[in-house]
Write a protein that binds this ligand. Structure first.
Ligand SMILES: Nc1ncnc2c1ncn2[C@@H]1O[C@H](COP(=O)(O)OP(=O)(O)O)[C@@H](O)[C@H]1O
Ligand SMILES: [Mg+2]
Length: 351
């Protein structure tokens, strides 16, 4: 069993909290572990007692590795003691602390985001799902530095976010490409602003266009000559070429037909596995959130807030229609429905 260099033997430290997961049904124990850890302080140790071998030997260790939590599992007569230390701050790529956002509207102030708390680790793929108008884009814009929180703070790569930065790049639903530039010039644009030499620029653009699956025949094309899927590939290459630590994606595949969307979901998983970028991907499609995310944050409305979080412990690459993908999609969709959210867009994705 792999342990992630625990500073001391974890099982010799006094746990701050003990939870008994015996009789709990897979995969919910992970959500219990996660929610319990959330309430603990940095460096506290949690002891989870489980009689379910896959939880103890597979799911919990994978969860800890994804989050970078040191852990140790000790078996005693068919019962596993899982010791987990909450160590988050060390590897945090992004920290959103008590962030709220209020807009002034005609009738006064509207609270759009309320008390968002979120830590995202280096290399995590987090998806955010919720019905339209619940504040997903607002949160992404705050992280991108395109707008400022009304209260609370955001840290990216250890620095307070005060404005846009090339360490955080956004891919929008409509690629926002320049129509007067060719595909390659679009991808080179940010590098040019950074005064990267033309030869290197060109090579980088070619490499990244290849990475997103656009063959050289199209590198000299103009945007109006491309299909919707190709445009989004270019937009993705244009973001990746800046080599940002954090990639922010705001419903980038929402306007595409199903086949194109699925092929881009596939590509994005492959790119993520290769590059281990930290990605925050917003969607209103639950199945897409499940296929892409290590964890899915479910947003609720009025005011926008994180309603729940789900660990998606399914092997990659994940495909639509896979039984586990279907199950998680159904659980999350049912939960959103129970919240009474308007989920017509989401429902459609689940069935
Ligand atoms: N600049 C703004 N001024 C006033 N209201 C805004 C502004 N931006 C967004 N809103 C409101 O905030 C809410 C959330 O919007 P948004 O973040 O775009 O939601 P989502 O991306 O989840 O669909 C909506 O009700 C929207 O009308
Ligand atoms: Mg939006």
């Amino acid at each position: 069993m792999k342990t992630v260099n625990p500073p001391k033997k974890l099982d010799s430290l006094k746990p701050e909290k003990v939870i008994d997961l015996r009789q709990a049904i897979c995969p919910h124990p992970l959500n219990v572990i996660r929610d319990t850890l959330r309430a603990l302080r940095e460096n506290d140790v949690l002891l989870a007692v489980s009689d379910h071998e896959p939880t103890a030997l597979e799911n919990a260790p994978r969860f800890c590795e994804r989050r970078g939590y040191p852990f140790r599992t000790v078996e005693q007569e068919g019962v596993w003691n899982i010791f987990i230390q909450k160590v988050e701050d060390r590897d945090a790529r992004l920290k959103v602390e008590n962030v709220s956002k209020t807009f002034n509207s005609g009738d006064g102030k509207v609270s759009v985001l309320n008390d968002i708390d979120l830590t995202i680790r280096d290399g995590e793929f987090v998806t955010v799902v919720g019905s339209s108008g619940c504040g997903k884009s607002t949160l992404l814009n705050l992280i991108a530095g395109l707008d400022k929180p009304t209260s609370g703070r955001i840290f990216a790569n250890g620095k307070r976010v005060e404005g846009p930065g090339s360490d955080r790049v956004v891919v929008f639903q409509e690629g926002a490409l320049f129509p007067w530039l060719t595909v390659r010039e679009n991808v080179e644009f940010g590098l040019k602003l950074r005064r990267v030499a033309p030869k290197i620029r060109k090579e980088m653009a070619q490499d990244y266009l290849k990475l997103v699956g656009l063959t050289e025949n199209f590198h000299g094309s103009y945007v109006h000559q491309l299909s919707g899927g190709m445009k989004q590939r270019v937009a993705l290459a244009r973001a990746l070429v800046m080599e940002p630590a954090i990639l922010l994606m705001d419903e980038p595949f929402a306007a595409l037909d199903i086949q194109t969307r699925e092929s881009l979901q596939d590509e994005l998983q492959r790119i993520w596995v290769e590059s281990r970028k930290t990605i925050i991907f917003v969607t209103h499609n639950v199945e897409e959130a499940v296929i892409l995310g290590d964890r899915v944050l479910v947003f609720a409305k009025n005011p926008g807030r994180i309603k729940s979080e789900h660990e998606i412990d399914i092997e990659r690459p994940r495909q639509p229609g896979h039984p586990e993908v279907f199950l998680y999609t159904k659980w999350i969709t049912d939960e959103i429905r129970e919240n009474g959210e308007a989920v017509d867009e989401v429902q459609e994705a689940a069935v």
